[in-house]
Write a protein that binds this ligand. Structure first.
Ligand code: ADP
Length: 264
């Protein structure tokens, strides 16, 4: 708390007491703490891809290299630069969300169409069997279409990354006043002792299997921010060596929401 105290007097000049204002600065402090934590993590996380870009660029300019080697190094520079861009975008997203500055463009959303579009995208780019299981009528939800797409993308891209084979199943169903979405893979799974940390920012499971797989550890933290901002839940079940199922819910769109907006 910050304390402000000012003397209060009558117009005649007669002193009547002090006005004391207690200003709750917990929120400001929390935002400050997040900011400095983010800056130190950002510099740390950016250093690795940056030094690899610099290293390979230097090799290219100072050595006589065979064409094949040149191509290989340029490829590495490109993929590291891509990784940097992804990191920066994720950093900006999570920072905006956690500081409460994210604006959600809430409207009626055809979540089934969003799922179909995302599935098509990942099926084409990964060449994996990605199946969408849904009943013919899935109600519209109330949310931000781009953000819901981002949740699907993050979960499906994780399912692809953390499973080298087996199909990936996306399912949509109605669950009371919510639409429930699940993404299942038959991949490496998540060890029990790491389960409660999985949605934390920058957390990644360190194992033989994950070492080679790229990532920022921000995807699931972003998913959780988005889903909770919508009033939904996100959770998962997982068994090492068998696979994982990540699920989330988004509230169904109700006509009354539109009506009450007109009344305001
Ligand atoms: P990342 O960019 O590392 O994928 P995420 O926040 O999306 O970051 O995930 C955090 C960690 O959770 C991952 O590094 C991985 O260890 C684990 N994880 C996420 N999804 C899966 C999955 N489908 N199967 C196994 N492990 C997963």
């Amino acid at each position: 708390f910050k304390l402000y105290s000012v003397p209060v007097s009558m117009e005649s000049g007669e002193y009547i007491g002090r006005l004391v204002v207690l200003h709750d600065i917990t929120r400001e402090k929390e935002v400050d703490r997040l900011k400095s934590e983010l800056i130190s993590t950002v510099s740390h996380e950016l250093r690795t891809p940056m030094s690899s870009i610099l290293g390979f660029a230097e090799l290219l300019t100072t050595r006589q290299l065979a064409e094949g080697k040149k191509k290989e190094y340029i490829g590495i520079i490109q993929s590291e630069a891509k990784r940097l861009t992804q990191l920066i975008n994720d950093f900006l997203d999570i920072q905006r969300m956690e500081s409460g500055r994210q604006v959600y463009n809430m409207r009626k959303v055809d979540i089934k169409a969003v799922a179909e579009e995302t599935v098509r995208l990942y099926r084409d780019s990964s060449g994996r069997d990605i199946l969408l299981e849904t009943s013919s009528t899935i109600p519209f939800v109330y949310g931000d279409e781009d953000k819901i797409k981002q949740v699907f993308s993050n979960l499906i891209s994780n399912a692809v990354k953390y499973s080298s084979e087996g199909d990936i199943r996306i399912s949509l169903s109605r669950d009371g006043m919510m639409v429930k979405c699940s993404v299942s893979d038959r991949g490496i799974g998540i060890p029990d002792e790491e389960k409660d940390k999985i949605f934390e920012r920058f957390f990644r499971v360190h194992s033989e299997d994950t070492r080679e797989i790229g990532g920022t550890g921000l995807g699931l933290a972003i998913c959780r921010e988005i889903v909770t901002a919508h009033g939904g839940d996100i959770w998962f079940e997982s068994e090492v060596g068998k696979g994982s199922t990540f699920s989330f819910t988004i509230p169904i769109y109700r006509e009354v929401k539109e009506d009450s907006r007109h009344d305001e």
